[in-house]
Design a protein around this ligand. Structure first.
Ligand code: HT9
Ligand code: FE2
Length: 407
């Protein structure tokens, strides 16, 4: 077993194997999978302590916390996210069983019970020393990647299992077919439904597709991904979302073309789409990625749109950001602007997604060569081992993190 304090600057179970490499192309033994979730409150009394956990040291204004608390209160103080992870854990176990793979699944969260530390206690009790983590987050940025890696490191520290337990993490899976396929199917169904509502002809001017993701501070976005590479405005975070949205629309256009061919119609112009942001928090004076989804929706009628497809491209399940900010707020904005809105499903526990997550674990277990790993955009397959300073928080700076090369 590799220890974290060994000579290699790479931190994780596959330390020596990965030194210097972006992909670990040798087999690694794992005792269990660690599903690392965000966590959410499960009752009114949990709401404020949960929000304090999420925002500790982040400079989020008190008014914003009170506002977000009302979203949770509206649903009895319960976020659905823990249930989603319970269901995902069960679905992973089922898929592993179906494939005859003997890998138990442990589950822990960053921000609420069961915490990551509890999962590590369970690992220690069961004698597991080598874990492969799956974070329920697909893209690169401080909030969507590095913070999970830092909190995993912190959980090892706090539970006193540093050195006794090592943790690798599967790559960011934004362009893995298991994650992208549910969005392709969802957008295709939504476009087909609008073809019914508005007629297939002219739908390219009547309908727009908005790919929605969590806004993050612009300074964090610029630092997302490896420091040596320039991904343009919004960093790797925006580049990855744009690349995935392009792949989704290409597939959708292909299916549209097949439908019009079967009706012996000419293929119309492509349906317009854009990447938009939601759930901005932080101080108003701090720049965050834009445009906001509600502003984007309000512009649509002037462009002749009558329908909008909202795709929660940045999210793995229908948690509070989807339920409130999309199904409540964005829908209201659409209605106020006379638009018909269809919100596409998240990957959740859809078969393609669950099966894709198992594939991501197996490519690490087996040390599959990078060239053979599935990736639908030119940006991937993403790193197994993050570069030094990858996705560092613009304000907090360096904090130790797992599954990366130490600076
Ligand atoms: C990129 C990103 C994802 C996607 C990647 C991933 O999925 O991990 C994500 C997911 C989530 N965010 C969530 C909840 C919250 N996020 C907050 C605050 C923030 N999110 C940020 C970014 C992201 N967040 C940022 C930059 C902040 C500012 C504070 C900071 O710098 O950290 C706050 C504080 C109040 C507020 O300011 O809104 C809450 C309550 C939940 C749980 C929902 C539920 O309970 O169902 C989930 C899945
Ligand atoms: Fe968040």
């Amino acid at each position: 077993m590799q220890k974290s304090e060994n000579a290699s600057p790479v931190i994780g179970a596959s330390a020596a194997a990965a030194a210097g490499g972006e992909h670990v192309e040798v087999p690694v033994h794992y005792d269990a999978i660690l599903l690392a979730g965000f966590g959410g409150p499960e009752g009114q009394d949990d709401v404020i302590p949960f929000l304090r956990n999420v925002t500790r040291g982040r400079g989020i204004p008190e008014e914003r916390l009170e506002e977000v608390a009302t979203h949770y209160r509206h649903f009895g103080g319960v976020s659905p996210i823990n249930d989603h992870n319970r269901q995902l854990k069960a679905a992973l176990e089922e898929e592993l069983g179906r494939r005859g793979i003997d890998l138990p699944v442990l589950w822990g969260n960053r921000n609420w019970a069961p915490y990551l530390g509890e999962a590590l206690d369970e690992a220690a009790e069961r004698g597991f020393t080598s874990l492969i983590a799956i974070a329920t987050s697909a893209y690169s940025s401080y909030s969507s990647c590095r913070q999970y890696r830092e909190d995993l490191w912190g959980a090892l520290d706090a539970s006193g299992t540093h050195g006794a337990i090592t943790i690798d993490k599967v790559r960011q899976f934004f362009d893995h077919p298991g994650f992208v396929t549910p969005f392709i199917e969802g957008v295709d169904e939504a476009v087909a439904a609008f073809e019914q509502e508005f007629g297939a002809e002219g739908i390219d001017s009547a309908v727009e597709v908005l790919f929605a993701t969590h806004s993050i501070p612009t300074a964090d976005a610029e630092r997302s991904g490896p420091r040596e590479r320039d991904f343009g405005h919004g960093g790797a975070y925006a580049a990855q979302h744009n690349a995935v949205a392009e792949v989704v629309m290409l597939a959708v256009e292909q299916r549209r073309a097949e439908r019009s061919a079967s009706r012996a119609e000419a293929v119309a112009a492509p349906i317009p789409w854009q990447l938009v942001y939601q759930s901005r928090s932080g101080a108003p004076s701090t720049p965050w990625l834009e445009p906001d989804i509600n502003d984007a929706i309000a512009e649509l009628p002037a462009a002749g749109r009558r329908g909008v497809v909202v795709v929660p491209l940045g999210f793995v399940s229908d948690h509070m950001e989807v339920m409130w900010d999309l199904d409540n707020e964005a829908r209201e904005t659409a209605t106020d602007n006379g638009l018909s809105m269809i919100r596409v499903a998240t990957p959740g526990t859809q078969r393609a997604f669950v099966s894709g997550l198992v594939d991501l674990v197996l490519e690490r277990r087996d040390g599959t060569p990078a060239a053979e790993r599935p990736a639908l955009t030119a940006l991937g397959p993403w790193f197994d081992v993050c570069r030094p300073a990858c996705c560092e928080n613009a304000r907090l700076g360096f904090r130790p993190a797992l599954a990366g090369i130490a600076p």
